[in-house]
Design a binder for this molecule. Sequence first.
Ligand SMILES: NC(=O)c1ccc[n+]([C@@H]2O[C@H](COP(=O)([O-])OP(=O)(O)OC[C@H]3O[C@@H](n4cnc5c(N)ncnc54)[C@H](O)[C@@H]3O)[C@@H](O)[C@H]2O)c1
Ligand SMILES: O=P(O)(O)OC[C@@H](O)[C@@H](O)[C@H](O)[C@H](O)CO
Length: 505
Amino acid sequence: MSASTKRPRLKLNLLGSDGQRKCKEIMERPVKVLQIGEGNFLRGFADWMLHESARQGKFHGSVAVTQPRPGGKAKLEQIRDQDGLYTMITRGLSQGKPVERTELISIFSQCINPYEEWDAFLNLAELPSLEFVISNTTESGLKYTYADYIEGEPVQSFPGKLTVFLHQRYLKFDGDPSRGLIHLPCELLEGNGDVLRSCVLRHSEDYGYSEGFRSWIENHNHFLNNLVDRIVTGAPTQEEADSLTNRWGYEDQLINTAEPYHFWAIQGDESLDKKLPLKQAGLNVHWVKDLKPFQVRKVRILNGSHTLMSSLGILQGKQHVRETMEDPYFGSWIREAVHQEIVPALDMPDHQLDQYAEEVFERFLNPYIDHKLQDIALNTIGKFKVRVLPTLLSYEQNQGNWPERLIQGFAGLLCLYRPVNTPEGYKAQRLNGEDILLRDDPDVLAALAAHWDGYDTLNRNQNQLDDRVAAVLSDTLIWGENLDAREGLRAALVREIGLLEGEGK
Ligand SMILES: NC(=O)c1ccc[n+]([C@@H]2O[C@H](COP(=O)([O-])OP(=O)(O)OC[C@H]3O[C@@H](n4cnc5c(N)ncnc54)[C@H](O)[C@@H]3O)[C@@H](O)[C@H]2O)c1
Ligand SMILES: O=P(O)(O)OC[C@@H](O)[C@@H](O)[C@H](O)[C@H](O)CO
């Protein structure tokens, strides 16, 4: 029997009178935010920020949390069961020093399952206090999916549900411009605000809503493009959870963990910080005119170095980001790749980028996080095209030669992605001969499998390798362009692949 089964579940009445008073003081504030999504990320990011601002007496509101899809009601029930309370543990290194903070988050005042409580969900739309909609439904949730709306029945998709919700608000307040909402979709898509707005407009046509409604959406609702950045790692191990249960005297089923670093860039006027006082609460939130530099910086440096290290690291038998960073060879290699090749290829002041890169390395070395390379490697080809390839190409354009380490990373990707179709899916071999499953676009994997079919690393000659690399690089289905037309790229890759194959023997 685990230690946790002997203890009561976290509830308001388990807290001392001071604890209850502090939590209630926030939870009894009017609902200002509709939250669509109850996942780890939002609870470890936006809710944690709103709680901090509320705790400081700056944000005078609370959050109504709702689940975004019919499945997964368990998490919402856990939230309800714990009176909306959960514990947030922030830990890692900050400026080289270990940081650990435990906070009880009490920002949820309502908890609604739209698939069972459709009317209660729509009633939230009529609240005069409501100002914001914050969502995170992964990249799969923020998209248009045609579906009819049958009055009284819940809409399945997130944008479809939001459209009906907004229509209810429009009718309730007779299209009052001041009742429009501010939308912050946190999904990691470029132009996330624009995407959500266009989904809502398409659904409003599908549902036959009036021109007046569409104009209210376009003119009086603000869909803000934004970029979120924080590594939120969710529940701790069962062993640690049991030990915390014993220490606290109650069980919290919703413990969440995250790194200290947090960053939120929102494309919008800074005056909005009066309504959503996050920056003034000292949080690392930036209201910006142009989100693009922040997006490029994060995608090329943080996500780019993740992607770059994942293929080479997996090929060489590494498991985690920290382990890769701590390896004397790989650790220096990734730092040099960022400072000497990624940063110079970006059209931004180097000192700011170098500083950001150092923060990223510190995050990668977080002793509390085991971030699996194989998780990062999910859909690597697509990620490589967005996160690494543009850097490689602009470096060559600016400097007139191919960047050594990015070419090595690309060669690593080409060596790993020689898939063989098996009953379990497309598999590849590491340098030590071990099989691993590749999780990528099946059409791309099939094309790569065909290009490498029959290739034998032990008995090939230079021309055979050259031919195979030419076939892969010129495949526009894989890269979206003929990369073999880029002068010198094939030769540089063939050289590095030759070295990697030599190492593997
Ligand atoms: N965890 C992190 O460190 C981190 C950091 C930055 C961004 N993100 C992004 O946040 C997203 C969610 O991560 P998480 O850690 O909260 O995961 P999670 O599994 O805890 O939560 C996922 C949430 O998305 C919803 N969802 C999933 N598929 C959906 C769909 N098809 N339609 C509607 N809703 C759907 C789930 O119901 C749940 O609310 C990821 O896509 C990730 O890219 C995560
Ligand atoms: O989440 P993905 O799969 O798109 O990318 C893998 C990592 O690069 C990513 O999760 C980062 O850790 C995250 O984007 C940090 O904010």
